[in-house]
Write a protein that binds this ligand. Structure first.
Ligand SMILES: Cc1cc2nc3c(=O)[nH]c(=O)nc-3n(C[C@H](O)[C@H](O)[C@H](O)COP(=O)(O)OP(=O)(O)OC[C@H]3O[C@@H](n4cnc5c(N)ncnc54)[C@H](O)[C@@H]3O)c2cc1C
Length: 484
């Protein structure tokens, strides 16, 4: 049952957006109480605006009635960022899914935030162009979500993450005003508010249009699969490749658990007896690609690779990538639940950190599957568990905290690409001092955010969200979703 205040909000939303574009029935809320991680939080209503003016109306209505509002794309986020932590209205951008302009001569595209990442890549490819950031979730995640999380992906090792490809953004500010940050050129005059906005996880406003840059598709590409006895040996090879002066466009690792899961469903032909494989891609001019590929093969062999297979055709290359892109989904076929972690460490520390992850996971009595952007030092341990086992979820979250601490102690950080969201805000104190956090809070206020604009995200403090101190992290983690 909606309270009187919420019933009024729903009525006003319906008159601004149309009745069929506002959901509020409890059974309709079930599909919106989670993203792709473990936490849950149920909204009171879900609004589906069709354009910037309607987004502004959603923001103004919720603000006028002191109701929380949270932007959301496809809900594939892995940090609880798109959850309605304090209830209120989810503003879902998936109806705004048009590619408004694709200008091959100037190599820019202008899109709405609900455009699916792969749809833009396909549209650009038709002109021999590439939108480079390619999160593994690219078949379903939205550009708006990619901007908010500053998404990475297998090919961001050489190309850089989302922030390097965004030229300008139209945004609805937390007070309902519509404005542009940046523009159509690489460098707009004045402070780089566009750069500040990318990665702010929907806490500074809602993206309603995006201008991105496109790059030419390279003339030649070589894709290799190197097979190692162990994760550690593969981790050593990551730095060995880069030490040779080659920056592959992608350098991805999959361990034996992932290989088994992928082969179980897709039969790609990955070596089932390998401890880990590296999927490595180099691209560029025809003349330089062969030389770079030879360097990669030599570096892998030097680090004990049992075999380095070079894809001989586009079909073979696509097949090798299909296994990588489907790898996380495949884990779901071999375990009832898994918790996907995202940390980052200096590349050279990967061998010891991967050893630490294996030791910690074994100590907690779980199995772990690793699939990650090794070239970026961006690890993704997937802890397999069964949430029906009493206490398992709390235990897995506690283990997640320990793994994040391991990354920080190795000179790394608590996220490489998925963001902080609701899930990791208590860890922010491991990285930032009180003055840093206050400065971030002031940025939020500077954009006009109230306490109820996407509350309980990123910062460990916030009115009505309690204090999520790092010292209390374990206690918070032991009660997932309880932040109020
Ligand atoms: C199988 C799998 C593989 C993945 N692989 C990768 C990967 O390789 N690299 C990577 O970076 N991530 C990856 N992810 C995580 C996720 O797909 C990305 O974070 C993605 O950018 C989220 O997009 P979304 O549309 O699903 O956003 P949502 O999950 O809906 O939202 C994510 C965040 O963005 C905010 N947001 C959404 N839309 C807007 C908007 N229009 N304006 C302002 N804020 C907004 C939300 O409030 C939230 O904080 C993966 C996830 C899965 C499930």
């Amino acid at each position: 049952m909606l309270t009187n205040a919420l019933a009024t909000v729903v009525r006003e939303l319906q008159s601004a957006l149309g009745k069929r574009h506002v959901l509020w029935a409890p059974e309709d809320m079930l599909g919106y109480e989670y993203d792709a991680t473990i936490d849950r939080a149920r909204p009171d209503a879900v609004a589906f605006p069709a354009n910037a003016e309607e987004v502004a109306a959603v923001v103004r209505i919720t603000r006028r009635h002191d109701v929380p509002v949270v932007p959301r794309g496809s809900g594939t986020g892995l940090a609880g960022g798109a959850l309605a932590a304090r209830g209120g209205v989810l503003c879902v951008l998936t109806r705004m899914n048009r590619i408004l302009e694709l200008d091959p001569a100037n190599r820019v595209a202008v899109v709405e935030p609900g455009v699916i990442n792969l749809a833009l890549q396909d549209a650009a490819a038709a002109h021999g162009l590439l939108y480079a950031p390619d999160p593994s979730s690219q078949r379903i995640c939205t550009l708006g979500g990619n901007i908010a999380t500053n998404a990475g992906g297998p090919h961001t090792l050489a190309h850089g993450s989302t922030v390097n490809h965004v030229l300008g953004l139209e945004v609805v500010l937390p007070d309902g005003r519509i404005t542009w940050l940046g523009g159509r050129q690489l460098d707009a005059p004045g402070p780089d508010l566009r750069g500040l906005f990318v990665g702010s996880e929907g806490t500074l406003g809602i993206v309603t249009k995006i201008c991105v840059r496109l790059v030419p598709v390279q003339a030649a590409v070589r894709t290799m699969l190197a097979d190692f006895e162990s994760v550690e040996a593969a981790s050593e090879a990551v730095s060995a490749v880069i030490r040779r002066g080659v920056i592959p466009v992608a350098l991805e690792m999959m361990d034996h658990e992932i290989i088994a899961a992928v082969e179980h469903v897709l039969h790609i032909g990955y070596p089932l007896d390998a401890g880990a494989v590296l999927l490595i891609e180099v691209e560029g001019l025809r003349e330089s690609v062969e030389a770079d590929a030879a360097q990669v093969v030599a570096a892998c062999r030097e680090q004990g690779a049992r075999e380095v297979r070079v894809a001989e055709s586009e079909a073979e290359r696509a097949r090798l990538w299909e296994g990588r892109k489907a790898g996380i989904g495949a884990i779901g076929t071999v375990t009832p639940n898994f918790y996907l972690l995202d940390g980052v460490v200096p590349r050279t520390r990967l061998p010891e950190v991967m050893r630490g992850v294996a030791e910690l996971t074994a100590r907690y009595g779980f199995r772990v599957a690793n699939i990650f952007h090794a070239g970026d030092g961006n690890l993704h341990p997937n802890i397999m568990f069964d949430e029906l086992q009493p206490g398992a979820t709390a235990k897995v979250l506690e283990l997640g905290g320990e793994i994040m601490r391991l990354c920080v102690d190795a000179g790394g950080s608590i996220t490489g690409e998925h963001g902080v969201g609701q899930e990791k805000r208590s860890y922010m104190e491991w990285i930032f001092g009180p003055e840093d956090l206050r400065a971030m809070e002031r940025v939020r206020l500077g954009f006009g955010a109230s306490e109820l604009f996407n509350p309980c995200k990123i910062l460990p403090t916030g009115h009505g969200c309690g204090q999520a101190h790092a010292a209390d992290a374990r206690r918070h983690l032991a009660t997932p979703g309880v932040y109020l």
